[in-house]
Design a binder for this molecule. Sequence first.
Ligand SMILES: NC(=O)c1ncn([C@@H]2O[C@H](COP(=O)(O)O)[C@@H](O)[C@H]2O)c1NC=O
Length: 511
Amino acid sequence: MTKRVLISVSDKSGVLDFAKELVELGYEILSTGGTKKHLQDNGVAVTSVDEVTKFPEILGGRVKTLNPMIHGGLLAKYDDAEHQAQMKEHGIEPIEIVCVNLYPFVETISQANVEFADAIENIDIGGPTMLRSAAKNQKYVTVIVDATDYPAVLAELQTAGQTTVETRRRLAAKVFRHTAAYDSYISNYLSAELGEEFPESLTLTYELKQNLRYGENPHQKAAFYQKRLGSDFSVAYATQIHGKELSYNNIQDANAALQISKEFKEPAAVAVKHMNPCGVGTDTTISKAFQAAYDADATSIFGGIVALNREVDAATAEKLATIFLEIIIAPAFSKEAIDLLTVKKNIRLLTISFEQHAIDQFNIVSVEGGLLVQEPDRFGFNEAEIQVVTKRQPTEQEWAALKLSWSVVKHVKSNAIVVTTDKMTVGVGAGQMNRVGSAKIALEQAGEKAIGAALASDAFFPMPDTVETAIAAGITAIIHPGGSKRDQESIDVANAAGITMVTTGVRHFKH
Ligand SMILES: NC(=O)c1ncn([C@@H]2O[C@H](COP(=O)(O)O)[C@@H](O)[C@H]2O)c1NC=O
């Protein structure tokens, strides 16, 4: 009996050559409307699916292959006498190979202003049903959902006349990953349309971007997955124009640097080590901003990751080239900058679109046995909600320093204290188990630069000790959320010293 292959594809790339080879191998091709036309127009003999089903395609294509003549042919066990008898009784013939790809649902919902009805019409029903039938019957049936598998299947058919069990199992597993992902895009789209934020089950789809050489440490295996509908303004969508492959830690650090960069519209440079900022500088040009980020902590930047929110010009590249950096991220690099920086073989240069400021709807972290999902911390420096709680108001320069310190402290691991001038960080205290400990680290690093600088605390002061330490170091402006029972004691200390203090009403814990 002639072997049959059913081909029904929305994306027709590569299918013509595949079909021609199958005809060469003696297969009869069954096809749905558009696929049949494409193949026939290009000289391939095709049997229409409706000749097999004895039923026309109806409802504008919503029902084409949903028929026992097709699904019987896909699901029957070849070595089951009862199945075979029923096939014979109903005149159903087996279909040995199925090649299907689905309506472009993701591409449709990615378009701007997509109509809901359009999205719904692009939910494929018959395609996933055939894929699932064939994948379930993997013992006998070969199923292909990805055009990159055409050559391997053909090679096996050409050499052995059939595919191997291993190949059929591999392809079937791929099908269920594919249909699961397809359904997750649909369910996420529908949930989002309904405004359902935390549905009763969470189905996430990420696609393998790259296998990594190792994880946080060389003995840990790791890979990097990418969201298909993610923001361009992310390390997952960066373009690497030079250097070694990114490592696991590089990706985390690059992400941290980018998140801080998103705080600034003015030229800003952000240097990160181990996911905490070690230097942040802002100024009228990117070259000056980088100089400030460098001067902030000329020791820690060594081996760091630097994100700049303007094109890297020759002047900036000259400075960048003098230090050892793992990665430089920017919207673009001038020709001269590339020439200067690529002298170093290993330095990674990434370009990222800084235009798009869309951010993920949720942040997700894993804990053993579960996932935590939360909205990103979108709160910035909102002057309207900030209250001056001391007698003295901040000067203009102090406001600028308070704004910078508050923008940075949000991105520092708690307990976080950040000391800045109006243009640069001068001290960062990160991840200490008590707040005054973080303050001491930040102030010690700032040294003389703490005199007249601003200090930000990511959470309130439970007691006035941090404020006292700050004043002793020369800090003249403090920003913190407020809300401690003993706030008044901190305010009294500030007033007594004649410094200014503002509260934001919002805290920035980052664990
Ligand atoms: N309804 C059906 O019975 C059905 N059978 C196959 N399809 C899909 O129709 C598409 C191919 O259509 P055409 O060959 O007409 O271009 C494929 O993406 C396939 O997954 C169907 N369409 C949607 O559900």
